[in-house]
Design a protein around this ligand. Structure first.
Ligand SMILES: C[S@@+](CC[C@H](N)C(=O)[O-])C[C@H]1O[C@@H](n2cnc3c(N)ncnc32)[C@H](O)[C@@H]1O
Length: 686
């Protein structure tokens, strides 16, 4: 709609744009091919000559990989100066203008735009002049043989910090020679980064993250082939062979004047010389961006998002029983991921976070990328308040370059939820995922029912625990009064609307097996269970200062006074110190818990409540695997919705000294700030 209004408001510009686009389309689709015996340079000029003046306008809505590729390169050059960049097949020099969005061009002592097509070189030269770029040099040359003209004072040739091929490698028939020239003659071996973006089709059998169907492979190769553009997988295979891949992303984008469902596949690929260890380190972000990335499918019955946006285990209650310290190797379910940061802050050498639901991993990737690459203020807005007014830019420049392809797909389509400019109460990180619906419901209730809003505001700002208790106790009025009837009504709504099987699973992540443990095994009703949970937490933990779990549910965000440890300024800085050393110890794995357990030996294991979800054969199987993969003296902790879960005995049978640390022993018992589980256990490997 806005584009229609824009078009009508400036008809002359719209007319010019359409004429220019038609010129480009004519060159692409209708222009006769150059004579077969023409050399590469002549063929290129034949193709570009008539469209050179209109190139930039059309390509701005077509070459979608340029900005993410340049942003990912810029993120890895941040803070450096005196850089040299060579843009091979740089065409009209538009990449230089785009790069200025991500890094101050004065960080470069020289930028070379190298291209073989005279008509495009001419456009680039005019652009350099018009923009007043004094450090940009446009060179007419062949990417397979062009050399940097500069020399250091000792006579050796200057090397480039960055070489890019933006939609040009597919147009260079001798692409091996172009890559060889860049790697062997131009790129600095120690600190050089090579960035590529281009259209592509996968091989018949390719890496999972690249794989295309038969139709896509055949269709797009046929379409591009007529303009002499080769999309096959051999370019990337050669890049992977010559360099160390730092990251890659495979996606697709729209084409002007072509229906939106016909999206052309493109990739962004970054690599460096094996000796560029510094760059490799910055690229890790807890996930291996250089490896093979499986296409993860969410398990059956899981919603297409994460269930938990925060860890629903109180790490302060874990500490005395779990005792994580220097050098510990921890395996934990990922969940909301917050507690991984706590453990690395406590000195753990390695924290492996595993979850079957890929979206839980994507959430942790977002948190890790934010902690690594954002300032405290920006990270606080995103992870503390759940929104940032500049999220698009932050995402492109600081977060996405350090995330896996799966995480980028997930977050790329959900950025509107994190947009601080959107004031709707339904947006924000903690309004996302299944748990987000619960928070949304709580906020809506406060919005609609003024007394509820008034009460919640009083509760979350109660000066002391004593004041909070007094307020909370007012919630249990005389059952025969009007307030009492309203109170009964609210519990009734809670019981039938929120605490039925379906809602327990969809909003709270409590499957049927777990609610059966409460009802059938312990003989407690769900409502009785919920009352102990809320009463215990509300009467024993000060929400304003101590209980960030319920604070979040009531106000949809954290406060600086009450938030997970990693959002406290001192801890935040500690995590980032020494080039994110602590954060480097966190690994994000999508898969089955048992497979991750089998893959290593651990000194600490957190089972959370997942044994509640499983049957007896799984309990025996897991307990025996734990016996073999937890080192002697190692500790395993778990929580259960049952006061006496049957599998605690199973753990004893498999060589663990088991102790119930705390449990719901009275109606308003409080075992931790969450208080959502009936018991908390530790098993020490004998
Ligand atoms: C699709 S354009 C991309 C231009 C620019 N990099 C961009 O992203 O807008 C491909 C470019 O590769 C250039 N090119 C193709 N073969 C080349 C070669 N052997 N040496 C230098 N440039 C070459 C073409 O002249 C053309 O400008």
């Amino acid at each position: 709609m806005s584009s229609v209004i824009g078009a009508l408001s400036n008809p002359k510009r719209t007319y010019d744009k359409v004429v220019n686009d038609l010129t480009v389309l004519k060159s692409i689709w209708l222009k006769p091919l150059a004579p077969a015996d023409a050399d590469h340079a002549s063929r290129l000029d034949h193709f570009y000559r008539d469209q050179a003046h209109a190139y930039d306008g059309f390509r701005s809505n077509f070459l979608w990989g340029r900005r993410p590729m340049l942003a990912a390169c810029a993120a890895r050059l941040e803070g450096k100066s005196n850089l040299v960049w060579v843009d091979m097949g740089g065409g009209t020099g538009e990449n230089v203008a785009l790069m200025a969005e991500f890094i101050d061009l004065s960080a470069f002592s020289a930028i070379y735009v190298v291209d073989l097509t005279p008509s495009l070189v001419e456009v680039a030269r005019k652009k350099v002049k018009a923009k007043g770029w004094t450090n940009v040099f446009v060179e007419e040359g062949d990417a397979t043989s062009w050399h940097l003209p500069l020399h250091y004072s000792d006579g050796t040739e200057t090397k480039a910090d960055l070489v890019t091929f933006s939609y040009s490698l597919s147009m260079m028939p001798p692409f091996h020679a172009a890559v060889d020239n860049a790697v062997e003659n131009i790129l600095d071996e120690k600190r050089g980064l090579l960035g590529v973006t281009d259209f592509f089709v996968s091989g018949r059998f390719d890496l999972p993250q690249r794989q295309h169907s038969y139709l896509r492979r055949v269709l797009w190769q046929a379409v591009f082939d007529q303009d002499g553009i080769a999309l096959g997988p051999e370019r990337r295979a050669y890049l992977d062979h010559k360099l160390n891949r730092v990251m890659e992303h495979n996606s697709d984008g729209t084409i002007p004047y072509v229906p939106g469902f016909m999206r052309a596949p493109y990739y962004v690929w970054l690599g460096c010389h094996p000796r560029s260890s510094q760059l490799m380190r910055r690229a890790r972000s807890g996930i291996d961006l250089s490896g093979v990335e499986e296409k993860f499918h969410r398990p059956a019955l899981f919603p297409p998002t994460f269930l938990y946006s925060i860890s629903w285990e109180d790490p302060r209650a874990d500490d005395p029983a779990f005792m994580v310290g220097e050098g510990d190797v921890v395996l934990t379910l990922t969940g909301g991921g917050c507690n991984a940061m706590d453990m690395t802050l406590s000195g753990a050498a390695r924290v492996v976070c595993v979850d079957m639901n890929p979206a839980q991993g994507y959430l942790l990737e977002l948190k890790l990328a934010a902690l690594r690459n954002l300032s405290f203020d920006d990270a606080w807005k995103l992870l503390g308040e759940g929104k940032h007014e500049n999220i698009e830019k932050l995402y492109l420049c600081k977060l996405a370059p350090f995330m896996s392809q799966g995480a980028k797909r997930f977050w790329g389509s959900r950025l509107h939820m994190l947009d601080g400019k959107n004031k709707s109460i339904g947006t924000g990180l903690y309004l996302m995922g299944s748990m987000g619906w619960l928070v949304y419901f709580s906020l809506l209730l406060q919005w609609w029912i003024w007394p509820a809003r008034y009460f919640v505001r009083k509760l979350v700002s109660a000066p002391t625990l004593e004041d909070q208790r007094k307020l909370y106790n007012q919630l249990t009025p005389n059952p025969n009064s009007i307030l009492g009837i309203f109170h009964q009504l609210m519990w009734w709504v809670l019981r039938y609307v929120l605490l039925n099987h379906y809602m327990l699973w969809l909003l709270n992540g409590v499957p049927k097996a777990q609610s059966d443990l409460i009802k059938k095994h312990d003989g407690r009703s769900i409502i009785e269970y919920a009352q102990t949970t809320f009463n215990g937490a509300a009467l024993n933990t000060h929400i304003r200062t101590q209980n960030y779990f319920y604070l979040l549910c009531m106000i949809g965000k954290f406060t600086k006074e009450c938030c997970p440890r990693f959002l406290k300024p001192a801890e935040f800085e500690k995590l980032k110190a020494d080039e994110n050393r602590m954060l480097d110890s966190i690994e994000v794995v999508t898969g089955k818990f048992k497979d991750a357990l089998l893959a290593g030996v651990y000194t600490r294991v957190i089972l959370m409540d997942h044994m509640d979800w499983m049957d007896a054969s799984y309990h025996h199987d897991l307990a025996s695997t734990l016996r073999d993969h937890v080192s002697p003296g190692g500790r395993v902790i778990w929580r259960s919705s049952s006061i006496e879960p049957p599998y605690s005995k199973v753990m004893e049978q498999y060589g663990f000294e088991v102790r119930r640390v705390s449990y719901h022993d009275k109606p308003d018992a409080c075992i931790d700030a969450v208080n959502m589980y009936a018991s908390f256990w530790v098993g020490v490997r004998k």
